[in-house]
Design a protein around this ligand. Structure first.
Ligand code: COA
Length: 336
């Protein structure tokens, strides 16, 4: 621990990575009983990227996205103090962040995983912010990466059409309070509804003969789509309003609405509830589907590359999903 001085934090760079293999809705309808029209009208998704082939895992995408972010600012990986890998699809239940640390040669960084499904990136940024604000660390790499294709039942048309694989990464650095970019945040969890969206661990029926010890394995993604939809559309606007109120700024001050890319109808419904014009919505889910923890940093990286987001723009970022967990960050974008 270096100091308790309260400092600011800003994003220095973003990066992203998606697998090469793309599956569009027409191709999907050869795998399950569905159609492009059904998927597109209900979700806005046209295609998604899937990590195919052997020995490929979430760490491959996380490393690519991280290198992409670090290269843009020519940052030496050895300058990173902390790596937070937000993922719900690690290739090691003890955590995958240490593999990312090793591959990046970020020898001075402590690294850990953070599991909060589609809210993972938002929680990752807020966690990083605490370390930056209190002066413990100077440079933090926050990655959102998921390969949910490995946890999908590819005969379940109600879930397999929704998800895609990707990774997004951001490099955050401490800065003066005047340059602080993270204006406010608000986080929530309601575990009473955890079963609306889960990858449950199921014990096998037969216990160990001597120890009465039941072992099992994780099952596939299971989801109550209607309940998740209702939860997102009701809770996310409230979370955003709480943040805006505590900052004493109005909806009219928002330049960009960057929500977890779950479903275009959710994005539009949240914007409509807050009276935010549709042209302020950042959306790329038609190309990638719901990429879980990767969706926000992937969309952020694209929006920056497309030069949509400008210096001092106010961005409202909200994540929501399994847990149930949801949260908002209000950011004032600082260009380098
Ligand atoms: N293709 C064609 N038909 C499908 C289908 C598919 N892929 N999936 C379901 N259906 C059918 C159902 O079987 C049902 O048929 P029935 O009326 O004969 O029983 C019908 O379509 C309606 O299903 P329903 O589940 O009521 O659809 P919906 O309008 O609620 O849309 C979702 C389903 C998943 C698109 C929607 O609930 C949703 O987007 N929820 C949020 C999910 C989400 O974002 N999760 C991640 C959050 S992080």
């Amino acid at each position: 621990m270096k100091s308790f001085m309260m400092q600011g934090a800003k994003i220095l760079s973003t990066g992203s990575a998606v697998p090469n293999f793309s599956l569009n809705n027409y191709e999907m309808s050869e795998i399950v009983n569905t159609s492009h029209e059904w998927i597109f009208t209900r979700t806005g998704i046209e295609e998604r990227r899937l990590l195919t082939g052997t020995k490929k895992s979430v760490t491959d995408l996380a490393i690519m996205a991280s290198r992409n972010a670090l290269n843009k600012i020519s940052m030496d990986p050895q300058d990173i103090d902390l790596i937070i890998l937000a993922t719900s699809s690690p290739n090691d239940l003890f955590g995958s962040a240490s593999q990312v640390q090793s591959e990046l040669n970020a020898v001075n960084a402590v690294a850990f995983d953070l599991t909060a499904a589609c809210s993972g990136f938002v929680l990752g940024i807020v966690t990083a912010y605490q370390f930056l604000q209190n002066g413990s660390y100077r440079n933090v790499l926050v990655i959102g990466a998921d390969v949910l294709s490995k946890w999908i039942d590819w005969s379940d048309r109600s879930t397999c059409i929704l998800f895609g694989d990707a990774a997004g990464a951001t490099v955050l650095q401490s800065c003066s309070k005047e340059d602080n970019s993270i204006l406010e945040f608000q986080l929530n969890t309601d575990g009473n509804y955890a079963n609306h969206l889960s990858i449950a661990y199921k014990e096998e029926i037969n216990p160990h003969p001597i120890l009465n010890l039941y072992q099992g394995s994780f099952k596939y993604v299971s989801m109550n789509g209607k309940e998740v939809y209702k939860f997102a559309v009701s809770q996310v606007p409230l979370s955003i309003l709480k943040c805006l109120n505590s900052l004493n700024i109005s909806v009219g001050d928002i330049d960009w609405l960057l929500l977890h890319q779950a479903n275009e109808r959710i994005l539009k419904a949240v914007a409509e509830k807050l009276s935010i014009s549709e042209n302020k919505i950042i959306a790329n889910l038609s190309k990638y589907g719901n990429t879980s923890a990767a969706s926000i940093p992937l969309a952020l990286d694209e929006a920056i590359q497309d030069k949509k987001i400008c210096h001092n723009d106010i961005i409202v970022i909200s994540g929501f999903g399994a847990g149930l967990t949801w949260g908002t960050i209000i950011m004032k974008w600082k260009s380098l």
